[in-house]
Design a protein around this ligand. Sequence first.
Ligand code: EUG
Length: 613
Amino acid sequence: MSSPNIPSTPTLNNSHSGIPPRLLSKANAAKSLIYAGKTSSDAIPRTQGLALPPGLSKPAFLSAISELRTILGTQHVELIDGDLQNGWYMEHPNTHDMMPILDSEKFVASAVVYPGCVADVQKITVWANKYLIPISPISLGRNLGYGGSAPRVRGSVTIDLGRRMNKILDINAEDCTCLVEPGVTFYALYEDIQKRGLGDRLWIDSPDLGGGSVVGNTLDRGVGYTPYGDHWAMHAGLEVVLPEGEVVRTGMGSLPGNNTWQSFPYGFGPFSDGIFSQSNFGIVTKMGMTLMPNPGGYESFMYTFQNESDLVPLIEIIRPLRISNILENVAQLRHGLQTLAVKGHPRTRYYSGGGPMPQSIIHLELQKAPIGDHTWAYYGMTYGPPHIRKYKSDIIDAEFRKIPGCRKIDPSTLPADEYFWSRDKIAAGEPDLVELLWTNWVPNGCHIAFSPVSPIRGADAQKLYELAKKRHTEAGIDLMPAFCVGLREMHLIVEIVFDGKNEEMKKKAEKCLRDMISDAAELGYGEYRTHLALMDQVASTYSWNDNALMKFNEKLKDALDPNGILAPGRCGIWPKRFRGRGWEMTEAGSGSSEGLAWLLAPVKRKSKSSPKL
Ligand code: EUG
């Protein structure tokens, strides 16, 4: 970049977290638009100084850190005592949430440590147990919109696994599987497959943006857009460092000499993998993933629907097609406002009034867009050789056309920079990066998602859409819904875009989110994933039988992590010494990222043998 204020974008040639060189110019163009919307610098002055781990004095902490430096090498332990630095997607921080819905200094690390191997990770857990210091592992920390790289407990030591553990350990073109470390991004995996000359044979499945960690996204049960879009369902085999330092391999991985770790996820006995996703029970250091064989052709298609009320009959049409696999991929049904916002221009270009932008203006603007006016846009893909695709697309066409005003968009009429072509790439497993452009809707654009699941039914879509609309209208926030349709359920994704420098807007956004979560729970809906600040609230909605599930999770937590050092509070699971001591955030303004640190329960130390390193 030429401007001195815009940091240069790392590429895969110089960083594990970089952009593929083929996307560099596109990245820089997107980034210029984002920087044009910033009203303040990326540096966040610190008012509270070094964020100490709870219960530790500064000298005690610094002495623990110097011991960690002796164990791992000084250069692999970084104290975070300077100003915090935000950035763009490709230069995201590993120290805090760069899209903070709460105060910037709430979810901040005290130090970041960079393990180089599994034994290093084990040593870090042993160290953390010795000093009762919370550790918070990240792979890439690009889970933006759900807390990014931030720890839930202020002053935790972040374990940045990705920086040095970023190898693709295996790509098996016969079995269509791979084995990766936490620092491997969707970008990196895709590029490596091309470099090995396997691009004609093997596809990956990518989320909307490709900069995330394959391991991290899968553990958070993220979604992509090929037929392999349910990432968790598609993984096979984990290697996990437990909170006290033991290493386990799940499934077939625990059978010495096996060659089936990535082919058969279950192995023998209880299927343990589930407890390591969306949890704080272990640190995943390797993960197997299935890859998709090239289906022998593909074709993106797009339909638009004119009326808001088309949602109900459309979802009814989609359900049987999706369950019977005529609609083969996790497709998106997006609202017209997103069509507009993803162009990357601020809302003030279209409307300068307060409150949600009127529908009439959205329609007026969309009339000028290449795909034309609509309320809903469906982006899908058919896979396979031409005669197979035709069989499916004929059925889809006949069904979708039952909705009056439905239009099939002819891709040949669309310009090269139309968003459609980004969806086209993603649905063919080629990671891209234009999605984040809608964060430019407001200055200093941050985003945070409300992500409830429901069956693929019109009535459910309608209820969730209406409750989101009601709460957005109250809060004066633009509603940007997208439905991502899985095999038997759909995720409604409502991204709230807010100005990270506007405290009033942040408060409104938080209230809107919390209201939507509780409204949804009252109707029987829950979220599939959530932001750090909302995890306690979302967890509390899964309360059947007197919170039996959380009690079970807490039992596991206390057994596996008796000192409560691993990512306390992640997904609402608090270890014994933190529980009920002011950490839980269940409503706006409640709880804290610091809890009542001085009230932390003492730990009964048992003498135990150290794990074999
Ligand atoms: C998106 C999709 C998600 C999610 C957050 C954001 C992107 C929407 C399907 O899951 O959890 C355009």
